[in-house]
Design a protein around this ligand. Sequence first.
Ligand code: P5A
Length: 475
Amino acid sequence: MLPPKSDFSEWYHEVIQQAQIMDIRYPVKGLYVWFPFGFKLRNLVYGKLRDIMDREHDEVYFPALIPETELGKEGEHIKGFEDEVYWITHGGLDELDVKLALRPTSETAMYPMFKLWIRSHADLPLRIYQIVNVFRYETKHTRPLIRLREITSFKEAHTAHRSYEEAEENVKMAINAYKEFFDSLAIPYFIIKRPEWDKFPGADYTIAFDTIMPDGKTLQIGTVHNLADNFARTFDLKYETPEGDQAYVYQTCYGISERCVASVISIHGDDTGLILPFRLAPYQTVIIPILYKGKEREVLDLSNEVFNRLKEFGLRAILDDSDERPGAKYYKWELFGVPLRIEIGPKEAESREAVISFRDERVKRKISIEEITEEKITEWADEMHERLRKRALDSMLEKVRFFDKVDEMEEWMGRGVALFYLCQSLECGKSVEEDVKAGVLGEVVEMPEEIGIDKEGKCTVCGKSGKLNAIAKSY
Ligand code: P5A
């Protein structure tokens, strides 16, 4: 049994283990083991991400170790990461001449190589990505999939362009790619420009995707950074222009981690376990034969017929003909989030029918076997996706509130996101953070249209002209 989802922290801790996503017993803090089922889900989610990235990027692989001399070159970058880096100081018993960092992210591994790769304008734009592990010595409370010291599935993209404008265009492309990705997970989000004091170390600016978890805290599920020519100046990344001059490149980078899997588990799941969108589910449909003495043959024959048909459609189907009682089977496959359940008993076998139910609705419906066609399944998958999207969005909207007074916001923290107007000044931003005891997420670039609040208004602190901002407690 799971704790109720209303006790989110406990529920998450349990569902991760019981639904065999991660084994949390590994003896190093912040490091966890993917179970086979969890890793299947991870691969399906990342398959979608990879398909999207492959359209505009080439996949590469860079080494996991970065020499101290490179990691330390960009001043802001190393300032931002120095507390989080794991260092390799020895090879066997020998002390290394140059310490090696376990990559916390790969800018400083990649950009010295970019210097060798980029010669002329014809080499630009350069767009690459990799999906690798990175290490961050996080000091905040670690949690499986959410705050890791080894991020196992860090999708990082890095690009180089001829001008600031082209880098800006690429930021837009990356945002659209991430929108498509999170839409495919039916995860709602805000797109928010982080304040100056919270941007990625070394970036010109940072745009984040934030979703709201069931407990009202936000989770940053992806970020897109415009690096301008900051790293290019440090790593001397120049190209020859068509006119024959030397110019610095402009860069962007953007990343997504297994937090995307955490958001699917947390946002769609319920008291009984996971609820997975049809296209991401490791098991998309389970057939459960209801066996009565003397009628086994007919029931199993029809179950197998349906099973084979589903496999022909290319679906990830299972036929659970184990000895467990039907109730135990329902319980098990609900925990694993199987979207579509098909039950076949003696009556159904006789009339060539089946009882179907969807994981999110749990309403039983009788249909004729002939209705189970590839087209129908696609339709069901789309309908379920739309239901999950709507349900996730509604529950996010319940956790968003607009405020025109700072002193009313603190009480709302921990329950959701507060929207309010804020001017650009560091002073007003910091004073809100102090009063509300939470972090300003930044300026809202895009939000669900249902929220319908103007993006401009008077700063809640000083009354000067301001932009719509968000503040919340975050993971
Ligand atoms: C972009 C890719 C970068 O590192 N360099 C390459 C840029 N950005 S980031 O914001 O620091 O990280 C990208 C996303 O990774 C997730 N993330 C984490 N997930 C789990 N555990 C962590 N400790 C962790 N740290 C960052 C966030 O979703 C972040 O937006």
